[in-house]
Design a protein around this ligand. Structure first.
Ligand code: AMP
Ligand code: MG
Length: 349
């Protein structure tokens, strides 16, 4: 299949291209598009054939449900059985934006979209291109991240093309995304509501609206004996091709450790890489040193994390290290993704 590229960067030609892309969706095809979190791989959420195609394009296990994206508040009522009052409060506070809610689905949503579950994940994104495309594509767009299953999520059109060129009908290039990490997932079918995946909208922000909010214990720990409540969180995820280790400790000890390991690997002919910060990038001697951003600006680290992981793959670095990011706020989400990417390999120095 030849993939069509559509550049939509806020000019007046966007509308025509988005109408075209919307038609692809309505006809059961797949279109990758930018959102404020990461790029999504869109298909008609109410068409079971489209959902099948999404799973096939990503190589995604079919028990891993898709998030349904809407572009109007009231559309939440069209695909769910009930919307509790708390969910309305959350929607009013955080939509459109990087928050997904789990609710009971109605018969309109095929089980192919929800991975066989009676619940459906719903999000109303804020990105202008995403909103227009969803409207023009029929109003309900299933869109997991537009990467091959297991790889880091794409944060720009080049990263999407790396995995999806020749596999889907179209890719909309809307430039770099703003947040860089997937939406917070909040399960509204339990009381108190529970965070299943951390993201830009933090527990503290949700608690201001809802009072108590729990979080899935498996988000940061392994060996709890429990399966994550979001089926997708059980898979190794966001992973680069090389082996990644997170190194925790004080700054100098981390730098010394990474440099020692890199030296040893170099002697064996193994290419190394490290995710550093603006504050530390000049201190490392690894082959590929990438700064994710500044510790003074947590958001910048979230925005660049996945592109760093992909860059290691491009440069064929095989032994990778990352500094640890345990700041509150979005640092929680960064750490959750890094732990998954590293298969929970952490070294304390
Ligand atoms: P992605 O498709 O990469 O955006 O990831 C979507 C995440 O949402 C996966 O971890 C899914 O398992 C999770 N998810 C989607 N729908 C549900 C649902 N109904 N219940 C629990 N988790 C869900
Ligand atoms: Mg994903």
């Amino acid at each position: 299949m030849e993939t069509i590229y559509l550049e939509c960067k806020g000019t007046c030609e966007d509308e025509e291209k988005l109408v075209f892309a919307g038609e692809i969706l309505k006809n059961g095809g797949l279109v990758a598009f930018p959102t404020e979190t990461v790029y999504g791989l869109g298909g008609d959420a109410l068409n079971r054939e489209s959902s099948h195609k999404i799973y096939a394009a990503k190589g995604r296990p079919s028990d891993n449900p898709l998030i349904v994206h809407i572009a109007r508040w009231e559309d939440i009522y069209k695909i769910t059985r009930e919307v509790p009052k708390e969910a309305e409060l959350v929607a009013r506070a955080f939509w459109p934006g990087p928050l997904t809610m789990i609710l009971y689905k109605n018969e309109k949503v095929p089980y192919e979209t929800t991975g066989g579950l009676d619940t459906v994940a719903v999000r109303f994104p804020s990105h202008q291109v995403a909103r227009q495309l969803i409207e023009l594509g029929g109003g309900f767009v299933a869109a997991p991240s537009a990467n091959t299953s297991g790889r880091p999520s794409p944060t720009n059109a080049r990263d999407v093309a790396e995995d999806m060129n020749g596999v889907i009908e179209a890719i909309i290039d809307g430039g770099e995304v703003g947040i860089g990490i997937e939406s917070t997932i909040l399960d509204m079918t339990v009381s108190p509501p529970q965070i299943l995946r951390p993201g830009y909208i933090t527990r503290e922000m949700l608690e201001e609206v809802l009072g108590q909010v729990d979080q899935d214990v498996t988000m940061f720990e392994t060996g709890t004996g429990q399966a994550p409540k979001a089926p997708g969180m059980k898979y190794r995820h966001y992973a680069p091709k090389g082996k990644l280790v997170i190194v925790k400790g004080d700054r100098q000890a981390v730098v010394d450790y990474v440099n020692r390991q890199s030296e040893e690997a170099r002697r064996k002919g193994v290419k190394t890489g490290v995710i550093a910060t603006r504050e530390t990038e000049t201190l490392y001697h690894s082959d590929v040193v990438l700064s994710a951003g500044s510790r003074q600006d947590e958001d910048s680290i979230a925005r660049h994390l996945y592109s760093c992981l992909r860059e290691f793959d491009r440069q064929e670095a095989k032994l990778l290290f990352s500094e640890s990011f345990e700041a509150p706020g979005i640092g929680m989400a960064v750490m959750n993704r890094l732990l998954k990417a590293a298969g929970h390999q952490v070294v304390e120095v």
